[in-house]
Ligand binder design. Structure first.
Ligand code: BGC
Length: 671
């Protein structure tokens, strides 16, 4: 009887309620007790009374099973956000706006402070372990997530990481060429595929959010982050935003402009960075000042943001740099008035790592002021890193004392929740292990190899047009491979690989160096001699048919990469001079930007700009040996000397060594 009564009630309420199973089961226990009484020999009146009690009891337990609209994926996005917002306390809201570094996070801390997001920065303490497997990553992310979903409202945190050329912090991931190389390809279809591959590799480690792409327009190669930029030309950077639908999926036609979009479990939320003008700083100083009028700012640095927003980018990161002396982290006009109100961007704006600290000089001189200024500017999520507690205390104070209006907090939290709901994080907060197979898989490595082929630029081929050196012959007696970057995977990958500043050597991750690619490409009878920096005696005592010299910049990132002279570090220049002085040579440059080459060009027979190609060194040999032809065209101007800088295509003083768009071609050798 009680079962019938309960099931009737359930069916009646099913369409209206999400059953709270815990409450229901305790209701059933009570019902069972009542039923036992019922069967223990009582008179009819008592039976009726007990039955009534039983019905009431069932109903009461059903009514207790509260229905949370925000948990119901069938509800409209706006309804879910509204429902959740009205349940949240100020503490919970501020927690959502806080992104802490993994090194200081635990599930207990996440729960205690309601942290909305965690990130891994490329530092050993911020990663689960050196060389961690996908399983270790997933376990770590899920463990932290269990802290979020056990909070009062169960709002999942969003885990973010820099995946700026593939899933670059993770051992064994496919490392794609840095953006400076990808810009050369001018191939949005390729970029979209790279985005899709990166998304799968990131998901392999249980992570749903990447701080990429960097859509900086680098106007001065002295900038240490120039390799994170696709081009000096805003049109190319704009074209390359096609990586966003690769990462996030294709937004449906007719979607409201500015809405964030993430297709599902095999995609990740993207982040266009660094808003705005990061690539335009005076003298190319990292985090410096971009001195330019509004027309210049909007025509050079803004266009790629228009496209990113149209493509549904979920988040945008503010830049450490300033525009005409005003720090971007406190620029209300560009963040709130323009990005949010004019462009109708409806995802969330995230600050850069400790970016708000740098609003003051020296950084962190007045943290409360920094929080106030950044909040007023319109930042929604704060990448505070280690100081989550301090941030939360001060922001809470500012709100409670009415320095920051509640509507600003609500704007931020709504945006964060919008991204989380859209990407299905509430339905699938925990990652599974099924994506592990994608990390560094052959298909992605083949794609990276294709990207390498398309990103190389042939700057010189033979001392005369009639006498080209490339493609090199595979079948010959003895060849030399030389240079600091020939057998060095770390140098080949550059900064933002396994560690922030990158690493030299071959132990950082799995991949193919140019030397090993040469060895597997040439005919087995061709003798390949490798000498990193051969001396004259060695060169004279051997009879090499030709030499491949691979030299360039050593890995660097951000501030540490700024260079005022842009020279190739020693022993690169000496190796070039010595080897090319005695053997016919092709020089392959591994650099994050154009560097000073004019003094050596005469001695060199063939010159290739390979940028920072990543783990797939065979892409380089595919072209050197003619399995494919060179097609790449410079997406940057190659200067003669640094005193010409800044010098970009279209400038009145334009007098480059190799102009923007330059690139020799070769035909693939007939098989
Ligand atoms: C960089 C960002 C990066 C962040 C997190 C900052 O130093 O400027 O591009 O996303 O660190 O690693």
């Amino acid at each position: 009887m009680w079962t019938i009564c309960c099931s009737t009630l359930i069916s009646l309420r099913k369409s209206l309620l999400t059953i709270h199973w815990q409450a229901l089961s305790s209701g059933l226990t009570r019902a069972f007790l009542s039923y036992s009484l019922f069967t223990m020999g009582v008179n009819n009146m008592q039976k009726v009374l007990v039955l009534l009690t039983l019905v009431m009891c069932c109903w009461a337990s059903m009514a207790k099973a509260e229905y949370f609209k925000y948990k119901d994926p069938k509800q409209r996005l706006g309804v879910r956000i509204k429902d959740l917002m009205k349940r949240m306390t100020l503490e919970e809201k501020i927690g959502q706006m806080t992104q802490a570094d993994k090194s200081v996070a635990s599930k207990e801390i996440i729960k205690k402070y309601n942290l909305g997001s965690i990130l891994s920065i490329p530092f050993p303490t911020s990663l689960p372990a050196q060389g961690a497997s996908p399983k270790t990553w997933v376990d770590m992310v899920n463990d932290l997530q269990s802290g979020s979903i056990s909070t009062r409202l169960g709002i999942p945190m969003i885990y973010g990481i820099d995946a700026v050329h593939g899933h670059n912090n993770v051992y064994n991931a496919t490392v794609f060429p840095h953006n400076v190389g990808l810009g050369v390809t001018r191939d949005p279809v390729l970029l979209k595929k790279i985005g899709a591959a990166t998304a799968l590799e990131v998901r392999a480690t249980g992570i749903p959010y990447v701080f990429a792409p960097c859509i900086a327009v680098c106007r001065d190669p002295r900038w240490g982050r120039c390799y994170e930029s696709y081009s000096e030309d805003p049109k190319i950077v704009k074209l390359m935003t096609e990586i966003i639908p690769g990462l996030q999926g294709d937004i449906s036609v007719g979607s409201r402009k500015g809405v964030p979009y993430v297709e599902g479990q095999n995609k990740v939320a993207a982040c266009a960075k660094h808003y705005l003008g990061d690539g335009g700083t005076h003298l190319g100083v990292d985090e410096g000042n971009t001195i330019i009028d509004a027309k210049g700012l909007f025509s050079i640095h803004m266009p790629a943001y228009y496209d990113s927003i149209i493509k549904g980018v979920s988040t945008i990161m503010t830049s450490y740099s300033s525009w005409n002396g005003v720090k971007m982290h406190k620029n209300r006009f560009l963040v709130t008035d323009y990005l949010k109100n004019t462009l109708k961007f409806r995802g969330f704006v995230i600050s850069d790592f400790q970016g708000i600290d740098r609003i003051t000089t020296p950084p962190n001189a007045n943290y409360t002021y920094s929080i106030l200024a950044a909040m007023n500017a319109g930042i929604d999520m704060f990448m505070v890193g280690f100081t989550y507690e301090d941030f939360i205390t001060r922001l809470t104070y500012l709100v409670k004392n009415k320095f920051i209006p509640m509507r600003r907090i609500n704007d931020a939290v709504k945006r964060i929740l919008r991204v989380k709901f859209t990407m299905g994080l509430f339905e699938n907060p925990l990652a599974d292990y099924s994506y592990a197979k994608y990390l560094g898989c052959q298909e992605h490595r083949d794609l990276a190899r294709e990207a390498v082929r398309k990103s190389l630029v042939l700057l010189k081929n033979g001392k005369s047009v009639e006498n080209p050196l490339l493609p090199l012959s595979k079948k010959t007696s003895k060849i030399l491979v030389a240079g600091s970057h020939a057998d060095n995977l770390g140098n080949q990958c550059g900064g933002w690989t396994i560690q922030w500043q990158g690493l030299s050597g071959n132990n950082l991750t799995a991949g193919t160096t140019i030397l090993s690619a040469v060895k597997t490409t040439v005919d087995p009878r061709t003798q390949v001699v490798y000498s990193e920096n051969p001396d004259d005696k060695f060169l004279k005592s051997n009879k090499f048919d030709y030499a491949i010299v691979v030299v360039g910049e050593y890995p660097y990132a951000e501030l540490l990469g700024d260079s005022s002279n842009l020279t190739i570090p020693e022993p690169g220049p000496s190796t070039i001079k010595r080897v090319c002085g005695s053997v016919k040579c092709v020089v392959v440059l591994i650099t994050g930007r154009p560097v000073v080459v004019q003094p050596y060009v005469e001695t060199i027979d063939a010159l290739v700009a390979a940028w920072l190609p990543g783990t797939e060194g065979q892409g380089v040999t595919d072209l050197l040996f003619g399995d494919y032809g060179f097609t790449g065209k410079l997406a940057r101007t190659w200067f003669k000397s640094v005193d010409q800088l800044p010098m970009n295509v279209g400038d009145p003083h334009y007098d480059p060594l190799y102009p923007f768009g330059f690139g020799l071609t070769t035909e693939p050798r007939k098989k």
